[in-house]
Design a protein around this ligand. Sequence first.
Ligand code: HEM
Length: 458
Amino acid sequence: MTSARTTGEAPVLPGALPGLGHAARLLRDPLGLIGDGHQFGPVVRIMMGPRAAHLVTSPGLVRAILANGDGSFDKGGPVMNAIRGLLGNGLLTCTADDHARQRPMMQVAFQRTRLGMYAPIMAQCAAETAEGWRAGQTVALDADMLRTAIRVACRTLITVDPDGTSVAAMAEAIPVLVRGLFRRTVIPLSWVHRLPLPANLRYRQSEQALARAMDTIVRHCRGLAVPPDDLLSHIVSASDPATGQGMTDAEVEDQVRTVLTAGTETTASLLAWTFHLLGAHPDVEQRLWDELDGVLAGRMPTFGGLGQLPFTKRVLTEALRLYPPGWLLSRTATAPVRVGDYELERDAEVLFSPSFLHRDEHAFPEPDRFLPDRWLPQSITPEQREAFVAMGGGRRKCIGDVFGMTEATIVLAVIASRWRLRPPKNAVSVHPALRIVLNPSALPMVAEPRPASRPGPP
Ligand code: HEM
């Protein structure tokens, strides 16, 4: 993170409005704003309401911030502060001290052996989605992928629903909350979000519904003599190896909220964008079908067999590059620290965008093209590896990366084995919606039965 030269404070990007700063532009055209920031240099200050955040656009500097070798950064900044309001002190949002204790306890629930158990549940959930469609039907693919991901999360996380309504209440509340978060990020003024507006009321009602459901579920799980073999029971029974102490109810609830939120919108977004890209690239889609038909021949994918689907993996990785669900991340400096040419004070907020880094021409030639073969092992360059941060990096790298990619591969394989999804005639163009997770604005697609695949290697 250090550099020989120090040139004082980073410049402020022109165009900030009094009181609002760059919030209006951030809400309207965040990637355009980030691109403009980059023109000023790898570190530039932007104003989010009255607060400044240092926007970092160089892959090397972002990697160094994520690696955080000297501990100069911690979870914080505009994005994480807004998410913390919803997720409390769970693994995604907690600060370094809590993280050192929480991560090993949570890691138990994500071991590879457990993923082998979750894989058939994922396949079953995908099959239910695929079986629910009729030939020629226009499906809301974004909503269906979210429903599928929530179904997977609920069935792997919580296999016992104490009153038969709590899991459904959680599943209903999560999308409303995740969708309301971006406004809270860009306008970090709590009074604005307390105004009696319909969106604020919906948000508050969903917060209360989620809190009630969490409370019921966690208290019920603690009281079970024989806990079920699900993610929640593992979180409830995990203990800190250093002290032997487990998590409090409040901590468990924060972890469940975290997993349900971070683990559903992200995977659903990846799947929705992947189908959107395949609909626009029939040549890639044909190669995917060839691989799926050749390897699976109509069978359900298994965790152990995913290695036999390398093209499917490249398709998903390339979709993650073009549309990383966690498109805007942030940190806070815990001490004075130099980033590139600038000295940042303690508590300075830092913002960076995987979306922006993933379109870096130097790392990814023809960055706007959907080219899964740029992920062939022999094609991957060090620059590409450095700039690809879809799962974050360092100690705070996504704990659900294998879970998420396993789920995405299985859902893609099950659905693409049965259906060809095409944009409807006269479809309006699909663009990223401005949320904390990079979802498509809306994704209607027509489900057509699959044509027979041609023989031969993908
Ligand atoms: C395609 C799917 C996914 C993507 C793109 C993704 C992306 C990310 C990113 C970028 C981070 C780092 C955030 C930061 O540095 O501030 C992260 C962290 C995290 N993710 Fe994921 N995620 C995915 C799936 C999942 C799943 C399936 C789960 C859980 C079941 C999950 C749970 C978490 C948690 C708990 C953290 C915090 C880890 C820590 O700080 O130790 N994610 N994810």
